[in-house]
Design a protein around this ligand. Structure first.
Ligand SMILES: Cc1cc2nc3c(=O)[nH]c(=O)nc-3n(C[C@H](O)[C@H](O)[C@H](O)COP(=O)(O)O)c2cc1C
Length: 175
């Protein structure tokens, strides 16, 4: 679900705890907890909006005021907004970074599923600003941490018909 379509009311504190708690059920080889979640509460959204705006201005010096405001407004979408960060540093142990990313992906899918099970819409967003130095600074990411995506959840304002899913045969073969 696109964050654009997610509005108030969002999950209450107990529901947020269930959504975030589902992340903790992700497979985690070696119990490293190789990812972390950063909540972005309403009163801090303007800081994220400033990063979206700055990152756009930096990569496109000709961006119009309308485009800059559109970039800024992305920070205000979705009542629940969480950044998912992968922890890829050697200090956690020797598990391969790929396994850590899979663990993070499972955590994300668990949160999406629980949000949907609670009756909310939920979705992911990335975008070029996610990888900007300003974003790393705002979220105090360390050298070995990588931002993976934003997860939003809220009430579905307008839904879109779902896309056709690929056929099993399209992605499965037999050895
Ligand atoms: C890490 C990650 C980041 C994503 N970021 C975006 C995004 O910024 N914008 C977008 O339209 N879809 C993004 N997607 C794709 C959506 O989550 C979703 O899969 C897509 O819109 C199709 O919807 P559906 O899977 O419900 O059919 C992202 C997916 C992943 C896994």
């Amino acid at each position: 679900m696109s964050p654009k379509r997610l509005v108030d009311p969002g999950p209450d504190p107990a529901q947020i705890e269930k959504i975030l708690g589902a992340a903790g059920a992700a497979p985690d080889h070696g119990r490293l907890n190789p990812w972390r979640l950063i909540l972005i509460p309403p009163e801090r959204r303007h800081l994220l909006g400033a990063v979206f705006a700055e990152a756009l201005i930096e990569r496109d010096g000709e961006a119009t005021e309308v485009q800059i405001e559109e970039a800024r407004s992305k920070a205000f979408r979705g009542p629940l907004l969480v950044m998912v960060v992968a922890r890829l540093g050697p200090e956690l142990g020797e598990t391969h970074p790929r396994e850590r990313l899979i663990s993070a992906g499972c955590a994300v899918q668990n949160m999406l599923l629980v949000a949907h099970a609670l009756g909310f819409g939920a979705g992911l967003a990335s975008g070029k600003a996610l990888y900007s130095p300003q974003m790393r600074r705002l979220f105090s990411l360390t050298e070995h941490e990588e931002p993976l995506c934003f997860l939003s959840a809220g009430t579905v304002q307008t839904s879109k018909s779902s896309r056709p899913r690929p056929l099993t045969a399209g992605y499965t073969s037999t050895l």
